[in-house]
Design a protein around this ligand. Structure first.
Ligand code: DAH
Length: 363
């Protein structure tokens, strides 16, 4: 088209170009239409260049017509561009959409060792009875491990404990030992807090003893309750409730048998019912010793700085491996300490697994 193009020609060019714009389905096609009309060699540009050749009397009207054509095409292209850009954004949002309600992919996770799990369960049950957790060091002062617990230097109980003695002395000039039981935490708890007291103290203990059923390092949990009028009945109630809740057997038979510990008077060992042949816990006709307990000896209260005329209490101690093995039917002690990943996978607990504790805690 040149200077001779008629108004009909311009109208046709306009109609064709707008139709081409409307037909564009993406931004690249739209750009091609823009270049073909308005680019340096575009059809509208070419017409504008011919304006000089138009007779002067027609030039003004011609110029206005060409500008109107150019404006109409420009406006149509811009409108189409916005539509196509919105559509492109919508398509991208749809393609990149994520469903936040999908469950996460399973990821490899660690398992909780049966010892840790058993300690958690013990803490949960005694915690519900109002006990808090106390701790003491593995390297202990032999006064706290023995003397304060009414086990004097040549007491036969010292030989029973096969103690690991360590070089050096404590600040008080006492020998250092790896604690042979968690009972020294009783003294620490009494010295650290005024009565009344209700604490449990789970932790590692050590004895120079090693065979299929003994490890030189093992775990115990100690319990101590001190108040003005604590009696043996409280001890029995706590222990029976604990054992039935822990083993998940509401009618588990529990027997208290007179015994001797230097730090309690009177002392009792506690047995639970089981079937020796099958290993099953409950009314199996046999008895299995499970823990030691008693009323705290006046000398122990005094060593803890507590007036035994105004306060009294009970204490107990039990082996954690033992009750973990009984609860979960684990027959060999050694794998507890071997960190064998296959054993841990078979025996460990998932962190989100809710403990199977009996709802047997009586009011
Ligand atoms: N300490 C004892 C031991 O290791 C267990 C024990 C028995 C702890 C009687 C106590 C208790 O608190 O009263 O064999």
């Amino acid at each position: 088209m040149d200077a001779t193009a008629t108004m009909e020609d311009l109208e046709r060019l306009r109609a064709e170009t707008l139709a081409a714009v409307a037909a564009c389905s993406d931004l690249a096609a739209l750009e091609a239409v823009r270049v073909a009309a308005l680019g340096r060699n575009g059809s509208v540009t070419a017409l504008l260049k011919t304006l000089g050749a138009v007779p002067p009397e027609d030039r003004k009207a011609r110029g206005a017509a060409l500008n109107a054509l150019k404006d109409a095409i420009t406006a149509a292209i811009e409108a189409r561009r916005r539509v196509l850009e919105d559509a492109a954004l919508d398509a991208r949002l749809a393609a990149e959409r994520i469903d936040v309600t999908l469950p996460p992919r399973p990821s490899p996770e660690g398992l909780i060792h049966p010892i840790s799990r058993t300690i958690e369960e013990i803490v949960a049950i005694f915690g519900a009875m109002g006990f808090t957790v106390a701790e003491g060091p593995d390297v202990e002062d032999d006064w706290l491990n023995f003397g304060a617990l009414n086990i004097p230097p040549h007491h036969p109980a010292r030989q029973d404990h096969d103690t690991f003695y360590l070089p050096g002395r404590t600040a008080e000039g006492h020998e250092k030992v790896l604690r042979t039981h968690t009972s020294p935490v009783q003294i620490r708890a009494m010295l650290a807090n005024p009565p009344p007291l209700r604490v449990i103290a789970p932790g590692r203990t050590y004895r120079a003893d090693h065979d299929a059923t003994h490890s030189p390092m093992f775990h115990q949990v100690e319990g101590l309750a001190i108040d003005r009028d604590i009696t043996l009945a409280h001890l029995k109630g706590c222990i029976v409730d604990f054992l039935r809740a822990f083993f998940g057997i509401p009618d588990l038979p529990v027997r208290f048998r007179a015994s001797y510990f230097p730090f309690t008077e009177p002392s009792m060992e506690v047995d639970i019912g089981w079937n020796r042949r099958t290993g099953e816990l409950g009314r199996g006709g046999d008895w299995l010793e499970i823990l030691g307990s008693g009323m705290v000896h006046p000398k122990v209260l005094e060593a803890g700085g507590i007036d035994h005329r105004a306060w009294q209490g009970f204490a107990f101690g039990m082996g954690i491996e033992r009750i973990a093995m009984l609860k979960h039917g684990i027959t060999d002690l050694r794998p507890f300490y071997e960190s064998d990943i296959r054993w841990l996978r078979a025996t460990g607990f998932r962190p989100d697994d809710v403990a199977s504790l009996a709802a047997g805690l009586s009011g």
